[in-house]
Write a protein that binds this ligand. Structure first.
Ligand SMILES: Cc1cc2nc3c(=O)[nH]c(=O)nc-3n(C[C@H](O)[C@H](O)[C@H](O)COP(=O)(O)OP(=O)(O)OC[C@H]3O[C@@H](n4cnc5c(N)ncnc54)[C@H](O)[C@@H]3O)c2cc1C
Length: 242
């Protein structure tokens, strides 16, 4: 084992065991991780993990050793958490999830960020692609009952989008091309017109869509910064992100 991998495993990251792997659709897997630290984790919906998917592989470059994945669900009393990982990217993360098996160890670190649940609005709009679906489900489940929630969740193939952890389907799914610049604007305008009271939008996934919509909400709709929660999960010109 290389010295960097050794430091990552022993000092920086925590160990978890893969206890379950389930195919959610043709392009996504659910992974359940058990770890001692989960029971005492100070968890806020919206936290994510840095997962050491390339550790112990000396041929893997440093930037390919770690990928970020959102916590889709957490059960502290049983000490497990679930992730949902998309495979469209065909990179290290995608290969790892295709190949990993229950019984194997994996190393992770908690990340907090600021793409977290925020109860302060009356109505919400959730926008994202397959990679962002589990994060948006987590935020949605953490909102108090009675909030008005609109949604635009898309993938090229609508069938790749999966239900939430309990089998419910609270979001509207769309089959849209990659980087659906024009299509998404029409959908957003229709959804925003249905929102009332204090409004908030969560946008995640493709960095191009995050940037385009951030601009639209800020410049055209004149929403305040705190009403616009945006988190690019991937960028077409980059590997990994964060
Ligand atoms: C805070 C945060 C939370 C995240 N949570 C999740 C999560 O819960 N589930 C999840 O699946 N991903 C999530 N991601 C994205 C994830 O970290 C990886 O970027 C993604 O899995 C791609 O990794 P890779 O090694 O397979 O491909 P990379 O080597 O990173 O990329 C290879 C190529 O694929 C492209 N690409 C990357 N992702 C996609 C995609 N979704 N669709 C099409 N092309 C893509 C890249 O632009 C690049 O050109 C999150 C990212 C961040 C920053």
């Amino acid at each position: 084992m290389g010295i960097i991998d050794s430091i990552l495993k022993k000092v920086v990251l925590q160990e978890a065991l893969i206890v379950e792997k389930t195919k959610l659709s043709d392009a996504a897997y659910k992974i359940r991780l058990k770890s001692e630290g989960i029971a005492s984790a100070d968890f806020v919906p919206g936290y994510f993990l840095r997962l050491g998917i390339g550790i112990d592989k000396e041929e893997v470059s440093m930037k390919d050793k770690i990928r970020s994945y959102s916590v889709w669900d957490i059960n502290k009393s049983e000490g497990y958490m679930d992730l949902a990982i998309a495979t469209h990217s065909k990179g290290m993360g995608s290969n790892w999830v295709e190949q990993c098996q229950p019984g194997e160890d994996v190393y992770f670190k908690w990340k907090k960020g600021n793409f977290l649940v925020d109860n302060s609005a009356d109505s919400y709009l959730m926008i994202g692609d397959l990679s962002a679906l589990s994060h948006l489900y987590m935020i949605h489940r953490a909102l108090p009952a009675g909030k008005n929630v609109e949604s635009i969740i898309y993938s090229h193939n609508k069938n790749e989008l999966f239900p939430d952890i309990s089998g419910t389907e609270p979001f509207d799914f769309y089959g849209l091309p990659t980087n659906p610049k024009e299509e998404i604007m029409d959908l957003v305008k229709a959804r925003v017109s249905k929102m009332s009271g204090k409004k908030m939008v969560y946008i995640a996934g493709d960095s191009r869509i995050c940037a385009q919509l951030n601009q639209y909400f800020r410049k055209e709709l004149k929403w305040e910064t705190k009403q616009i929660k945006t988190k690019p999960f991937w960028n077409p010109d980059k590997k990994g992100l964060e």
